[in-house]
Design a protein around this ligand. Sequence first.
Ligand SMILES: Cc1cc2nc3c(=O)[nH]c(=O)nc-3n(C[C@H](O)[C@H](O)[C@H](O)COP(=O)(O)OP(=O)(O)OC[C@H]3O[C@@H](n4cnc5c(N)ncnc54)[C@H](O)[C@@H]3O)c2cc1C
Length: 463
Amino acid sequence: MDYDYDLFVIGAGSGGVRAARQAARSGARVAIAEADRVGGTCVIRGCVPKKLLVYASQFAEEFEDAAAFGWSVGSVEFDWSTLIANKDAEIARLESVYRDNLARAGAELIESRAVLAGDHRVRLARTGHTVTARTILVATGARPNPHAALAGHELCFTSNEAFHLEKLPKRILIGGGGYIAIEFAGIFSGLGVDTTIVYRGREVLSRFDMDVRRLFHAESTNKGVNIRCGEVFERIEKRPDGSLAAHLSGGSIVETDAIMLAVGRTPNVAGLGLETLGITLDKAGAIEVDEYSRTRASHVYAIGDVTNRIQLTPVAIHEAMCFVDTVFHNRPTKPDHLSVATAVFGRPEIGTVGLTEDAARERYRNLDIYKTAFRPLKGTLTGRSDRTLMKLVVDADTDVVLGAHVLGPGAGEMAQLLAIPVKFGATKADFDATMAVHPTAAEELVTFAAPSERVRGGETLAA
Ligand SMILES: Cc1cc2nc3c(=O)[nH]c(=O)nc-3n(C[C@H](O)[C@H](O)[C@H](O)COP(=O)(O)OP(=O)(O)OC[C@H]3O[C@@H](n4cnc5c(N)ncnc54)[C@H](O)[C@@H]3O)c2cc1C
């Protein structure tokens, strides 16, 4: 059969754009449909605008600290609308770069919602036309869970709207304990908003190392964020004066000006026509794929957040590259989801790669744990009590570093570089053989003399 396209990509976000460009460059006839703005979550309402707001939120501390280094900063003021306008201009610039890149690669951009309409067929909602493709890639991403079961959820907003609030609230409650909740708590509190996190679990950031989680909680609290664990919203109501009242599971009522919900992300599968091709979903509602990102329909693949493997931009991009290698370069390639480094751009920042101590304890009998928490050099003049944490989890039998965890300034940047030795199986001896860069915080990672904890046969021994 003659198809209109070799590849039709649904969704022009991190994964879809990369796949479309790479496939088009290799000579394939490619179309990519986008229902909203080109660039997807990461560029338009995720990583990039978030990081710009994070930068904005860091200035208040810098202004305060400047005095200890001899600077008089004078009185300072912050204007939310200037920040949002400048951020929007940068996002518009980036969006046009994404469009240009698609055009340069030779991929056709179709600005329409697209859905599967039977074998090799895609229907474009804008025109009602149906086109055909040899291979279809679903890269539709995910969206914030609106928590529809919560009475009063319509009074709350999610990360999507957080980037366009008309004005900064005086007080905010944030529901959730994942990295999006934590990062926005850092943004709002850094900008002077009285910030409270309400999280149902026993400690925030559930997938991170427990030492990191505990220290994050303590440091964040020191910076003025109120973290309430073990509680959930039971209902939200609006008061006559316009304020909101959040009724929490413990019986308390918290009054606030705004509530943000960051309680997970739902894969964008509704109305996509997956059932017409027998494509199945997992328990979380994500598209089920095999090791090569292929769905139950042999000509339909899915990558990125809609498959809910690891919801991060570099992972979606990696899955896209593997898909193109597999389908267009005749090199079957499975995405590698091991030792993916990640950062939480919170206050303080976290960077991590590899196994947490708890995960390592489940898989290894003998471990050496190296950790240190200290006040960074800058704090000696400012008087700030902020602590930095460095931790290595080492397999005591092979000396291989299984996990590296950092909390403190620059942790995200450190995680990127730590990912290389951890990914390639470096040993503690390799770390030790590496000369320190002095004076840095990161030098602690190559100068650990003795473990602070030894685990032998699953039992913790005194160091
Ligand atoms: C607030 C926030 C902060 C984040 N920060 C980070 C970070 O710091 N680092 C990081 O690595 N990741 C971060 N992420 C996650 C990252 O943004 C996602 O993992 C990534 O964007 C996933 O890419 P994707 O291609 O799967 O989907 P998306 O980028 O979501 O793209 C999917 C696209 O498909 C479109 N679409 C959906 N349905 C259809 C349809 N039927 N027809 C046509 N188009 C459709 C959507 O409009 C969207 O543009 C963040 C996410 C959020 C929400």
